[in-house]
Design a binder for this molecule. Structure first.
Ligand code: WTA
Length: 651
């Protein structure tokens, strides 16, 4: 077993590390037992997806699987469907009605168990609350809630009547919430008075009040009472969740919606300052998440599944809410931090509920490694039968540690590559068939054509770095960017001819396995959270002393990347004491604590190209000590020298 702390390179590790074929038992009982499925999907992708769509209940069948007019796709044309019907009604009509849907645990230790019938009742009532508030199909509701059952309840209630939800991560600041409320032109905001994080109360309602000072489209606010502290409520605008729920009838019929109508928008970071409102629609998104949930996690009715993500991100949308509930799974949902009150909180939860499938992020795995084996060792984790990873490349050391320490040396790991935009997992093992190589997300899901290409779109030879692209449409693909179809086209469909541009660098080995190398654009991945350099730079530059800023992600042993900011002050301004702290505060206020830079350097000038662009990519490559081969050969070589000189003066 390699020493997890050692700094062996990927290559050298790969030479010593074995491959992991699926154990016999898993292979025998898995949903997908044979790799013939890949050929089948390749021969007839539309037929394959049509069959996949049978996993759902449709009010009206579609007449055509796909209309592909790049970059516009339409899936399951003419079909009528409802997400909340698929996640609830169809289960309560069967033996699953009293099956546990969610084992919920709050950070302070409070617990709730919700069966499918319980969820069904809550969602029906809350859908009637939304109606009572005057919301109708196509309206937008923004949800700024902690990880409590009311978050999926509110989401499903929206989908029941065709209201488009936009969930904003509860760790975002008032300012970030405001921007998202304004962009979505939300009529309603749903929040809680507080959330909990590492024992502290997060004042969500207070943030919401601040955001609402300039979010004119919002007419009403529904507040869930998470703590009994006094909460100022604005008369006529603010309503308590529990009071409204008592005033509405218990049943609300699910509305049959066209498969192409928007289900939700979710904001994610791009290379420019403004977050992008990714739009997903009812039919295709639900098909994609349901089928991957079932096959990639090999999820059975007996399983207890736990995805540790926050629903504020896409992973939580697809693999806590829509995927698991659509297929009637039992899952765990946890509100708080993994190390509260102690670093074994996750393992205590695994033991308590007998979790069988555990899905988390490499940044968390690296934190567990740092905290030490003694914490997982305190608990019986033998119920776990399958592990998953998502959010960033997992280094082989962490992969091996995860398998041995959490998986008891017996579990396969599904390293799943995908994005907010892709909606569903696209590159991943199928646990019953794929031979694993630690550190590789392995192969495209059946029906998906991925490749690694140069800037002209030509495939690069095996083991050479290039751009990761997807060459054919898939059901859960983003429809567009909210109110900005032109930016949608430009961002994803013009960079590489004839393909969807992921923004990731990758290489494919001789067996066709994909090795994701991380972002090649100006997007950072901090603790699994996607942040644009421009967003952070704009926050810094809004400080009156700052003229310009360049922000880059730098490798970090636990977070994946940490943020380093280079700041140029306005003429005449001297770097005063406390300035760096002020800048950090500024970022916290504008975006939230996740975006605060670890290091800030005040510099005389920033390295720029002749056209005036800051050379972030080169700075990033050089401070990472990255080999300037592969991806970075795409840089202008003289720029590399410039930045090298500049970095010396900074240090
Ligand atoms: C990265 C999260 C390597 C990648 C679902 C992608 C990964 C970005 C993996 C999307 C993985 C996600 N291996 N890198 N298994 N999964 N990524 O939109 O850079 O928050 O482009 O979606 O995360 O981040 P997002």
């Amino acid at each position: 077993m390699p020493d997890p702390e050692s700094s062996q390179t990927l290559e050298s590790l790969l030479n010593v590390v074995e491959k992991f074929p699926p154990p016999k038992k898993l292979k025998e009982q898995a949903w997908v037992k044979s790799n013939k499925i890949y050929e089948k999907a390749k021969r007839d992708p539309e037929g394959f997806w049509a069959e996949a769509a049978e996993i759902l209940d449709w009010f009206k069948p579609w007449s055509k699987v796909l209309k592909w007019d790049p970059p516009d796709s339409r899936w399951f044309i003419g079909g009528k469907i409802n997400a909340s019907y698929n996640c609830l009604d169809r289960h309560v009509k069967t033996w699953r009605r009293n099956k546990v849907a969610i084992f919920w645990e709050g950070e302070p230790g409070d617990r709730r168990v919700l069966t499918y019938s319980d969820l069904y009742r809550e969602v029906n009532r809350f859908a009637n609350v939304l109606k009572k508030m005057g919301l109708k199909e196509g309206d937008r509701a923004t949800l700024y809630l902690p990880m409590i059952p009311e978050l999926p309840i509110a989401m499903l209630a929206c989908t029941r009547i065709g209201v488009i939800h936009s969930v904003v991560f509860a760790g975002y600041s008032a300012k970030a919430l405001q921007e998202r409320l304004r962009n979505a032109e939300a009529r309603l905001l749903i929040t809680a008075n507080h959330g909990y994080r590492r024992g502290k109360k997060i004042p969500l309602k207070k943030n919401a009040d601040e955001a609402l000072q300039d979010a004119p489209t919002v007419e009403k606010v529904i507040v869930y009472q998470r703590s009994d502290e006094l909460t100022p409520m604005k008369n006529g605008r603010d309503f308590w969740w529990h009071e409204l729920m008592q005033t509405v009838p218990p049943k609300c019929d699910p509305k049959p919606l066209d498969s192409e109508t928007p289900l939700f928008t979710l904001y994610t970071s791009g290379t420019t300052g403004k977050p992008k409102g990714i739009v997903h629609v009812n039919g295709g998104y639900l098909v994609g998440t349901a089928i991957t949930q079932k096959w990639v996690f090999d999820l059975k009715d007996e399983d207890v599944y736990w995805c540790t993500a926050d629903i504020g991100w896409i992973t939580g949308h697809s693999y806590i809410v829509y995927g698991p509930l659509a297929i009637g799974a039992t899952e765990v949902m946890y509100e708080g931090a993994p190390d509260y009150p102690q670093p074994d909180r996750f393992w205590e939860i695994v033991e308590r509920y007998g979790v069988t499938i555990f899905y988390t992020a490499p940044t968390a795995i690296r934190a567990f490694m740092k905290w030490g084996e003694e914490w997982p060792k305190k608990h019986d984790l033998s119920s776990i039968r399958l592990l998953g990873s998502v959010g960033e490349p997992i280094n082989p050391q962490a992969w091996l540690w995860y398998r041995s320490t959490i998986g008891g040396g017996k579990c396969q790991i599904v390293d799943t590559w995908w994005q907010t935009e892709t909606g569903m997992i696209l590159i991943t093992p199928l646990p019953g068939v794929t031979v694993l190589k630690p550190g590789s997300a392995t192969l495209p899901f059946p029906g998906i054509e991925a490749d690694v290409v140069d800037e002209k779109g030509n495939p690069v030879p095996p083991d050479r770095g290039g751009f990761l692209v997807i060459k054919n449409p898939w059901p859960a693909m983003l429809k567009t960017l909210y109110r900005d179809p032109e930016r949608y086209r430009r961002t994803y469909w013009t960079q590489i001819p004839g393909a969807y541009f992921t923004g990731d660098g990758a290489r494919k080995d001789k067996d066709g396995y994909f090795w994701i190398m991380g972002r090649i654009d100006d997007v950072m991945n901090v603790s699994g959270h996607r942040l644009g350099t421009m967003e952070v730079e704009s926050a810094i530059v809004s400080h009156p002393f700052v003229a310009e800023a360049a922000v880059v992600g730098k490798p970090h042993p636990v977070k994946g990347q940490s943020i380093t900011a280079y700041v140029m002050l306005r003429r005449g301004v001297k770097p005063a004491e406390g300035l760096k702290d002020d800048l950090k505060k500024q970022v916290r206020k504008e975006i939230g604590p996740i975006a605060v830079p670890d290091e800030i350097y005040v510099v005389e000038k920033l390295p720029k190209t002749r056209s005036g662009k800051i050379m972030r990519r080169v700075i990033r490559a050089l401070i990472s000590g990255q080999e300037l081969g592969d991806i970075t050969t795409l840089e202008d070589p003289s720029a590399v020298e410039e930045v090298r000189k500049w970095l010396k003066t900074v240090e």
